[in-house]
Design a protein around this ligand. Structure first.
Ligand code: SAH
Length: 242
């Protein structure tokens, strides 16, 4: 059964966009996932297919009407899928959430525009607000593509090498170690000897230590969470840092 993605947007021409290149495009051709785009404008009111109106209480901008948004949402067969509203107020998207989404039947994503969506439709339709990060985009389309891309690449058969997914940043709560390839020396910078030693356990140990150092230095928040989850092993980490 395919992972079904439905998008509600005022800009259907933005899809599939980046979701149709490389491994994700191939996976769609293979039927691993499907995409359906719903144009919010077709549910707009009157001759001008109006979807928005002035905010109650005054202030700048326009707000998407709940009746128009609900008509678009209700036109889609939910098939047990989570209904996401891309929103800067939402729960921050993360690799953990990508895994959670990937384990489900698919996603329905509502892309906001203007000042966003009338609060009542968010509540009435049980929308889950998800944010791409602490910044404000002009619309939800780029955010939707980002969370869908992160989710789809976790589906079985999408990424070629499954182990690269287990190893990468965030999967073990750590940032990824530094990567090197050919040439062995570039601009007088050699590839670390240990990586050329052929000793896999040494390589693994080096990579884990580098991951820890990077995480500690760049992301104290992740590092604290990692130590918390590895309390028993925490006493060893100091030695490994030497
Ligand atoms: N007035 C809103 C921002 C509206 S931006 C506020 O201050 O919260 C217009 C639309 O862009 C939003 O409805 C949302 O769908 C999308 N958007 C903007 N920033 C986003 C982010 N960080 N993550 C996800 N969606 C975002």
């Amino acid at each position: 059964m395919a992972f079904d993605v439905s998008i509600i947007t005022l800009f259907p021409e933005a899809f599939p966009g980046m979701l149709d290149v490389s491994i994700l495009g191939r996976a769609r051709e293979q039927g691993i996932w499907s995409l359906e785009t719903t144009d919010l404008r077709t549910f707009g009111l009157g001759k001008h297919r109006q979807v928005d109106d002035k905010p109650a209480g005054g202030g700048a901008g326009l707000v998407i009407r709940p009746d128009v948004a609900a008509a678009a949402i209700d036109s889609i067969d939910r098939k047990g899928r989570e209904l996401i509203y891309l929103s800067p107020r939402g729960e921050p998207f993360s690799q953990k959430l990508a895994h959670e989404f990937a384990s489900g039947p698919g996603l329905i994503c509502f892309c906001g525009r203007f000042e966003g969506l009338d609060e009542r439709v968010i509540t009435q339709r049980g929308m889950r607000e998800v944010s791409l990060g602490d910044f404000v985009l002009a619309g939800g389309e780029v955010a939707a593509q980002a969370i869908i891309e992160a989710t789809l690449r976790l589906l079985p058969g999408v990424a070629g090498n499954e182990t690269s997914i287990e190893d990468e940043s965030f999967s073990a709560g750590l940032l990824e170690y530094p990567q090197y390839t050919l040439p062995r020396t570039w601009e007088d910078q050699p590839t670390p000897d240990v990586l050329l030693s052929g000793d896999h356990s040494k390589v693994d140990q080096w990579r884990l230590n580098r991951s820890k150092l990077l995480t500690e230095g760049r992301r104290p928040d992740l590092w604290a969470a990692y130590l918390n989850g590895h309390r028993i092993r925490a006493s060893e980490t100091d030695d490994e840092h030497d």
